[in-house]
Design a protein around this ligand. Sequence first.
Ligand SMILES: Cc1cc2nc3c(=O)[nH]c(=O)nc-3n(C[C@H](O)[C@H](O)[C@H](O)COP(=O)(O)O)c2cc1C
Length: 277
Amino acid sequence: MSEYEKKNRRPVNKNIPVKVEPGEKISIKPTTLLAPVPVVLVGCSGKPDGQRPQNNLITVAWAGTVCSDPPMLSIAVRKERWSYEQIKETREFTVNLVSKDLLWATDFCGVKSGKDVDKFKECKLTAVKAEALPLAPAVKESPLTISCRVAQIIELGSHDLFIAKIVAVQVDPKIMKGQKICLDQAELTAFAHGEYYEIGSILGFFGYSIASADVLRRRLPAPAAEKAKTSRGAGYTRKVRPGDKNGSDSSRGRPRRNSNSNTSPRREYGNKPGKKK
Ligand SMILES: Cc1cc2nc3c(=O)[nH]c(=O)nc-3n(C[C@H](O)[C@H](O)[C@H](O)COP(=O)(O)O)c2cc1C
């Protein structure tokens, strides 16, 4: 076992009770188990030692969208990171989404410090200028880069939270179909309880639980559309009755979609760039 592995070994949770009643969850000590979460490559620059202006990358899993209007996100970074000083000094960073191809580099950037290595060089990644930011680099190989300017820093404990305004977004044309961003083409990854996963096939979309059968058919692959048509709540699958044309079932309290109503999923939640969420 390497020094790194020894230092980061997961502690055995001694609080797990031996006997658990059937149907009950096991209670464990409070910990960071929100999952899955994104894993992103954060690009930054600056001179923490006053000498080396070095482009750097830090892998971050504690990242999230925090506001739609103005568009904002947050990243939580430990004070001891080299990148912490860089971001604090320049008050800017980029968030680069991680495709499967970038996963090795993402892990590497999460176990090596910019204090010791040039991570762009080691990972054979290309630092390019990020839109709307003078310093923080974008990762050319990432399918989507979000340029961020720090608005607020909140000390939380182990991590400081950098809350930032999104000032630009750059998308690889390979994942654009006309005006539409097709993130399903980006082979994105996620992080859950210490492990990386690839994002699987589409199961639904924002508002699909109340969408008509026509919309489901248009927007989902056939098996997912069929499942969506017949699902009701956890573990319940409804059989479509003869004569039930669109799979909607108002007798079970499901709202019937009215194409003129502003509660229609497309109107309310939309899938077009610029729609509010
Ligand atoms: C999957 C993964 C997720 C991580 N998430 C975070 C995070 O959210 N915040 C943080 O401060 N460090 C996080 N780290 C650790 C840093 O990426 C790591 O300490 C890195 O070497 C810091 O680089 P730097 O010293 O160049 O800033 C993560 C590492 C990995 C592998």
